[in-house]
Design a protein around this ligand. Structure first.
Ligand code: SF4
Ligand code: SF4
Length: 183
């Protein structure tokens, strides 16, 4: 990537992210606050204290300055793309500052390609990584979740894949999931 590339790519990526945030709005997996079911298990630290949520490309721009009421730090994480970041928090945050991955959880955006790669679409699915802490996959899974939430995840994904950086990150994540499913 050229040195100047981020200056050109960032605005478009941030627009895609903001649109995805808007599409998801205040929707959550259940009509009720699912955090009451599990004590907000997905926001708790693991034994390392360094678990966190992978950020989408350029999303770290939203976290370049301290945010009142949000104790977090960023760590390098190349899981989805080179130069990626992971946000590590202390278990609570203002809703409007949640990273996209938190807004989607426990779903993820499955990248589905048809017509020999001519057509790409997003299909919301349970994130296999959610099974370790979230009770929802076992308690009815997608059928028990808010259909508005599922549809918003789909629409947010459709918006993201209009951006090449987001598409690449989702493609890499899809490859990762495909590898995980082999074991
Ligand atoms: S772990 Fe699952 S049920 Fe609990 S707050 Fe997170 S998404 Fe909701
Ligand atoms: S950033 Fe917020 S929503 Fe995401 S894991 Fe941390 S406390 Fe939970």
């Amino acid at each position: 990537m050229s040195f100047f590339m981020p200056f050109f790519a960032r605005p478009a990526a941030l627009r895609a992210l903001r649109d995805a945030y808007d599409i998801l709005g205040d929707l959550t997996p259940l009509k009720m606050n699912c955090g009451k079911l599990c004590g907000a298990a997905c926001c708790q630290s693991d034994e390392t204290g360094e678990n966190g949520m992978l950020l989408f490309p350029y999303e770290e721009w939203f976290y370049r300055k301290p945010i009142k009421g949000f104790d977090f730090h960023l760590v390098p994480d190349d899981t989805l793309f080179k130069g990626g970041k992971r946000l590590v928090c202390q278990g609570s945050c203002p809703r409007e500052h949640r990273p996209l991955a938190c807004r989607l959880f426990p779903l993820r955006m499955r990248l589905h390609t048809t017509d020999e790669g001519q057509h790409t679409e997003i299909i919301p699915e349970i994130d296999p990584r959610s099974w370790v802490c979230c009770p929802l996959p076992e308690q009815g899974g997608l059928r028990a979740m808010s259909q508005d939430f599922i549809e918003a995840v789909r629409k947010a994904g459709q918006r993201l894949i209009q951006n090449d950086d987001m598409l690449e990150a989702l493609y890499n994540e899809q490859q990762l999931m495909n590898e995980m499913r082999k074991f």
